[in-house]
Ligand binder design. Sequence first.
Ligand code: HEC
Ligand code: HEC
Ligand code: HEC
Ligand code: HEC
Length: 456
Amino acid sequence: MSLIALLLVAAFLLPLFFAGCGGGAKQQVASVDLFFTSQTRGRLTHCGCFSGQYGGLARLRSAVALHRGAGTVGVDVGDAIEGTEDFHLLKHRQVLKAYAGLGFAALNAGAREASLPAATLRQLGSESPVPFISANLRDAATGAPLLKGWTVTQRAGRRLAFVGVVDPALLPDGPGAGVEIEPMETCLARVLPELKGKADAIVLLAYADEAALTALAGRFYEFAAVLGGQVSQPAPRLYQENRSLVYYTGNDAKSYGRLELRIARDGAVAPGKHDMVLLTDRYPENQDILDLLSAYRTEVRHTRLDLDDPARALAGSVPGVRAASDFVGSPTCLGCHPSAAVVWSKSAHAHAFDSLVYRGADADPSCIACHTVGFGSPGGYRREFREAKLTHVGCESCHGPGGRHVAERASGGPINFHFRPLGPGDCQKCHHGEFSRPFDYEVFWPQIKHGKEPRL
Ligand code: HEC
Ligand code: HEC
Ligand code: HEC
Ligand code: HEC
């Protein structure tokens, strides 16, 4: 009985199946779920300077796990690397592992990647566990491409090509040593014919601003989607320009974009579900990614870096001009300024380095500058000091080096040196952006208010 039923069902379905392979095939649509990031800038996790911060790959991993399927594919539009220093490269290796773990299919070079020297780009291109692409970064000497211009990946039975470009206008000081950036339009006009017949849909990853993204979509009709970019806010909505869907995210990787592409057999593409996902603290931080951060912090602690060379801090100062003063450390100030000392000792500033130690971040150059005294200037905190001196946000983090002041005040001789008056701008060199709750001097200063000793 059941066998008969089965045969009946088969007999009924068979013609439909063949119809599906024939004329009706054009209607057969495959769904590819694209998710994309931009401007991650080394953020395996947010910095942790206040609670409730958004973003970071550790949250991204939890978020994409919720909708991961056979048809999902991730790509990064650019600026995955934090910067061009040696320690940024150490961190970037862990970031690449994170992206590999996320199953990303391509990472495009953004402005920060384009600032790396040619040799470093080539090396990253051959070592990266996720294809690292750029169609318009070239060797300045030979004109040869530094990276693969595009990559093709298969999802849900469709071949997707990702082509990457970076807008040279975003690098007013030019790219890294030995690197040349071809104008995006010239480069794409050259590269697109190479892709003919190799993909069912082509997606452009363009590290460019809103206007440039729209212009690229208007200029070329080959792209199913144009994804960006270098923007201060993620796209408020998905829009169509010419034949492309344009969508962008950025804003320090606080969000990522999701775009379902419904690709017909003939290559016609229609948008499906799409949204910008804000990586709030409702997404837990994935432990594997946090482990990559710990691995970086352990490695950076035991690696001698360019910035550990004391000559480098001096190189930043004017040649032949001696620093006005040296850093002496907060304990030296306390005795003559007892009332300021009390306020400071009770403030969070006096414990700022402990916050880094607690997180294993006390040797991470990305964190030290705002949690110590004078990091990066001559005589300021250096990593080899560890917890010995010039740690925490001390008197001299705000007032500047106090060596001359102390010498003159202690000698009883004439006073020639005076600290300059301070204001809100001096707080904001640390209390800004992602590193601080919104800063309002009228609210923050009263909490650490101090001044001259009352006259007796
Ligand atoms: C060198 C960097 C730096 C400068 C300059 C700086 N701060 Fe801070 N500030 C910090 C850090 C780091 C913390 C957090 C310390 C911690 O908890 O580890 C902090 C914390 C604070 C807090 C404490 C918040 C709390 O929860 O207790 C206040 C208030 C504050 N700062 C006010 C100011 C004001 C006002 C100025 C300018 C006059 C200023 N800060 C300048 C780095 C700085
Ligand atoms: C640009 C300056 C700056 C940098 C760089 C910086 N911090 Fe901070 N950090 C601050 C300031 C300012 C605060 C205080 C913020 C506030 O009170 O709103 C703070 C506070 C903190 C706190 C105390 C948070 C709390 O709730 O008590 C921790 C922990 C911390 N930072 C860790 C880090 C780590 C880890 C890094 C490196 C990834 C880092 N910071 C880099 C400026 C900075
Ligand atoms: C977070 C930044 C910050 C820290 C840390 C800090 N100060 Fe200040 N200090 C200020 C600001 C802002 C003022 C008020 C504006 C001004 O007078 O320049 C001030 C004022 C003063 C004054 C009075 C200046 C005058 O001309 O009236 C003295 C003295 C002083 N601080 C000493 C200290 C000592 C000593 C310490 C360490 C125990 C310290 N400060 C730590 C920011 C700071
Ligand atoms: C030997 C004592 C002594 C030491 C040590 C000392 N100060 Fe002073 N400081 C003074 C005296 C005295 C004044 C003038 C106070 C007055 O006019 O009421 C002063 C004034 C200041 C002022 C006001 C601006 C100025 O230049 O007159 C600031 C700010 C200040 N000190 C910060 C510091 C800091 C920061 C340290 C540590 C690096 C420090 N002081 C160490 C004695 C000292």
